[in-house]
Design a protein around this ligand. Structure first.
Ligand SMILES: Cc1cc2nc3c(=O)[nH]c(=O)nc-3n(C[C@H](O)[C@H](O)[C@H](O)COP(=O)(O)OP(=O)(O)OC[C@H]3O[C@@H](n4cnc5c(N)ncnc54)[C@H](O)[C@@H]3O)c2cc1C
Length: 453
């Protein structure tokens, strides 16, 4: 039986584990830095989109398959090295996602009041890493840089009446802060035109359906250049065509006496953020598009305008973190690979694989990770099959004592089920599907308490 370590318990980790276990040729130990599983399904997907968290039910079924083990609370590259995993397992599959955000690279980017969308998303979803963050929701003017679905999530959470969030699994600290919010105008800014906005039409439509919130945009922005017009006529531009229809409809709406307003702004890039102790606003440069259909770039025109705002979120993409002991493509923020085989010095590294966002970058929906993980798992199984003289490997019987000797308190999947049940019980009291524990200590205390009972 092959002994495989999977690093990361998000969608790609679980789909990889499922494909390997169903081959009946492998046992899988899944290592996760947090005590709890599911990656961005738990800590990324917006609280008001509960159906999109349903894949977790499938992952729990994978966890029940024979040969699966969850080892939570272990950061690979810190608590255990890649080399040590290589020694203990026949192969290691890195499924560690894209955990950091891309920067704008402009002056003033780090002024207080300018935040990565990652931090806000982690904060409202109760991720322990972001508990200490605070966001000044007394500001009336907010800018969001970027026009993808993460930007749409951030906008929706800011724009929605807080009562619409009370019955979700949003973290209690975020609910309390949002209840006091004075946010009024939300500017959602894209460097290219409306035909290039990355929202999916469903997410865009939702922004126009928020109770007590209005949408606005300059109708002149909807006049497309010839290349953009070609894009939306092309079958590849179907989502953009739907988005354009929605935006035209938004532009035709009277801007009622809305409590909050969402302003869609196109062909603008921040070139500097200004302020003193705190963010005062952004200097936006007007852009024009140049290039062929589906290859248009935004070029600055030199015309700038100031947008006063005391709160700004940068949502221009995620990228992976370098793992000590592994090659890394700094520009793309991924582990260099060929169809999931990790590549070092131009050649596949024996026993090293990757899947999900760390393999292909932050694109696609949760389901996209399934085919991606199956591709990696199939290559791994084929490589192991051709290597007839595989040595036996110790797997967990080497790993677990090593982790214990380092004083780590690891969680099992059964421990997660206890945390899960406790969160659901806490949530029921508040009429929520769950109330997450936001401190690692509180998660571990639940496990200890139940073990003692
Ligand atoms: C804000 C946001 C909202 C989204 N909403 C949706 C949505 O509504 N619908 C949809 O279909 N898709 C959505 N997505 C996309 C979806 O979440 C991703 O496609 C998917 O989570 C990628 O899976 P992954 O396994 O590669 O990474 P992740 O889900 O990020 O999982 C990576 C896991 O690896 C762990 N890890 C990282 N480093 C280490 C380490 N060194 N050692 C051990 N463990 C480690 C992390 O803690 C994490 O659990 C959203 C993404 C974001 C960012």
């Amino acid at each position: 039986m092959l002994k495989i370590a999977v690093v990361g318990s998000g969608p790609s980790g679980f789909y990889t584990a499922e494909a390997l276990l169903k081959s009946s040729k492998a046992e899988v130990d899944m290592l996760e830095r947090l005590p709890v599983p599911y990656g961005l399904v738990r800590y990324g997907v917006a609280p008001d989109h509960p159906k999109l968290k349903l894949p977790a039910t499938t992952y729990a079924r994978t966890a029940a398959l024979s040969g699966f083990r969850f080892v939570g609370g272990v950061t690979v590259g810190k608590d255990v090295s890649v080399e040590e995993l290589k020694d203990a397992y026949h192969a290691v599959v890195f499924c560690c996602g894209a955990e950091t955000d891309r920067e704008l690279g402009i002056p003033g980017e780090n002024l207080p009041g300018s935040h990565a969308a990652t931090a806000f998303v982690g904060w409202y979803n109760g991720h322990p890493d972001f508990l200490q963050h605070s966001f000044d929701l007394t500001q009336e003017q907010v800018a969001i840089i970027g026009q993808g679905n993460v930007a749409a999530d951030v906008c929706r959470i800011l724009a929605k009446p807080v009562d619409d969030l009370r019955q979700t699994d949003i973290a209690e600290h975020a609910l309390q802060a949002l209840a006091e919010s004075r946010v009024r105008e939300i500017h959602i800014i894209g460097r290219r035109g409306p035909a290039q906005a990355k929202f999916t039409d469903k997410e865009l439509r939702e922004l126009g359906e928020i109770p007590q919130a209005g949408v606005s945009l300059d109708p002149a922005d909807l006049v497309l250049d010839p290349a953009s017009a070609k894009e939306i006529e092309d079958p590849r531009g179907q989502t953009a065509a739907w988005n354009m229809a929605l935006l035209r409809e938004f532009a035709s709406r009277p801007l009622a006496q809305a409590r909050r307003r969402i302003h869609f702004r196109f062909l603008e890039s921040p070139v500097a953020l200004y302020g003193g102790q705190n963010l005062g606003g952004a200097v936006l440069e007007k852009n024009r598009l140049e290039g062929p259909p589906f290859g248009q770039c935004a070029l600055g025109t030199g015309v700038t305008a100031r947008l006063d705002c005391g709160l700004l979120f940068r949502s221009v993409g995620y990228k992976g973190l370098e793992m000590p002991g592994l090659p890394f493509d700094e520009r793309r923020g991924i582990i260099p690979n060929r169809e999931g085989r990790v590549i070092g010095d131009g050649l596949p590294l024996t026993g090293m694989y990757c899947a999900g966002w760390i393999k292909r970058g932050p694109s696609g929906i949760i389901g996209t990770n399934r085919a991606d993980a199956v591709e990696t798992a199939n290559h791994l199984l084929a490589d192991m099959h051709t290597n007839a003289s595989l040595p036996s490997k110790a797997g967990a019987s080497a790993l677990l004592p090593m982790l214990a000797s380092r004083g780590l308190r690891c969680t099992s999947f059964e421990d997660w089920l206890k945390i899960d049940a406790a969160e659901i019980a806490r949530g029921a009291e508040a009429g929520k599907p769950r109330e997450k524990f936001v401190r690692i200590k509180d998660m571990l205390d639940i496990v200890s308490r139940q073990a003692a009972a």
